[in-house]
Write a protein that binds this ligand. Structure first.
Ligand SMILES: [Zn+2]
Ligand SMILES: [Zn+2]
Length: 342
């Protein structure tokens, strides 16, 4: 496959105040160890809100998939290979990376779409080690599921399982894309018998969650504890917060049974703890979960193959790069994952 690579292309520029302009930018040439991708899809993410409001000199987009169109010296990936881009440009050599903890790299070269140009342009330059090849049987849009949805969601589930082996119930706070990802991956990894309760205030999102086998709780209409009781439980074994809201975290901890953990995935507000009754006596814990490790991608590719239609329900919109796409996602409540296709 050969693609003619133009010397420059139109790239969206996030100028701030919710405005996107387009500018002509030079298409970079891959240096040693680098690949140039023709981006085909990039999922929108709530973490891009500050870039949309405050502007950024970098081209955003950290859930990109595309095809290699040029490969720099010393690379082994053939031109024409399709795949997904891991957000963190990890070094591969530090103590964390050597143990596989590539989401905790101690000398990261950058974060794609945040301080390196990301996937909303037509071309993206990446180091080969953060490119994950995916067979052509998966479309670019399906391939984005491997990133924040399955990757971040699955990593949070793995953090749960690290804390206790006997999980029968899980509460997910927030039914946005990450919450839906946690729900879906919890069902896939821990089995359909697992009770996954999921809270939100948006009926559309709760409806999507129900379609994925979640037990919805509309916390705009009832208290969290009443919602948990309505599904036949008094407390939950584990909780994952994707909302980033203090009140949600606080209520989640109060809903945990003994030996339960709250896994924090959503960035945002803080929380207050009474260490003796909240943590020591019931042996509960609060655990962080940041993105995922590159080496989780291959197991997730197999899971995507097995649960393709189920996971694809999380993708509700496909659009071009423009303001409306961002507005629909960032200000509307009636979307699951929105994918920019180009
Ligand atoms: Zn994201
Ligand atoms: Zn490293």
């Amino acid at each position: 496959m050969s693609t003619t690579i133009p010397s420059s292309c139109r790239v969206p520029l996030f100028v701030g105040k919710k405005e996107i302009k387009f500018e002509e930018k030079a298409v970079p040439e891959p240096g040693a160890g680098q690949l140039l991708l023709r981006v085909r899809a990039n999922a929108l993410c709530g973490s891009e809100r500050p870039q949309f409001f405050d502007g950024t000199p970098v081209t955003p987009g950290h859930e990109a998939t595309g095809t290699v169109v040029a490969a720099g010296p010393g690379t082994r990936t053939p031109v024409g290979t399709s795949g997904a881009v891991f957000l963190m440009d990890y070094c591969g050599e530090c103590r964390s990376c050597r143990l596989g903890f590539t989401n905790q790299c101690l000398q990261k070269r950058g974060d794609m779409g945040f301080n390196r140009d990301g996937g909303y342009g037509q071309f993206e330059l990446v180091h080969e080690n953060i490119f994950f090849p995916v067979p052509d049987e998966f479309s670019p849009t399906e391939t984005t599921l491997l990133l924040d949805i399955m990757g971040t969601g699955g990593h949070a589930v793995e953090r749960c399982r690290l804390m206790r082996p006997d999980i029968e119930s899980l509460l997910v706070s927030g039914a946005g894309p990450i919450g839906l990802g946690v729900l879906a991956m919890a069902k896939i990894i821990m089995g359909q018998q697992l009770k996954v309760l999921i809270s939100d205030v948006v009926p559309y999102r709760l409806c999507l969650a129900e379609g994925l086998g979640g037990l919805p709780i509309n916390v705009g209409q009832m208290s969290l504890s009443a919602g948990i009781q309505s599904h036949g439980l008094a407390l939950v074994d584990m909780a994952v917060d994707t909302s980033g809201k203090q009140v949600a975290r606080q209520e989640a901890v109060d809903s945990l049974a003994q030996r339960g953990s709250l896994i924090c995935v959503g960035h945002g507000e803080g929380m207050a703890l009474k260490i003796s009754p909240d943590i020591i006596a019931p042996e509960r814990s609060i655990v962080g979960s940041e993105y995922f490790r590159y080496n989780e991608l291959s197991a997730n590719l197999q899971r995507l193959r097995e649960h393709r239609a189920y996971l694809s329900q999380i993708i509700t919109h496909r659009m071009g790069v423009d303001q409306q796409a961002f507005e629909a996602f960032l200000f509307g409540c009636e979307t699951g994952k929105v994918i920019i296709e180009q």
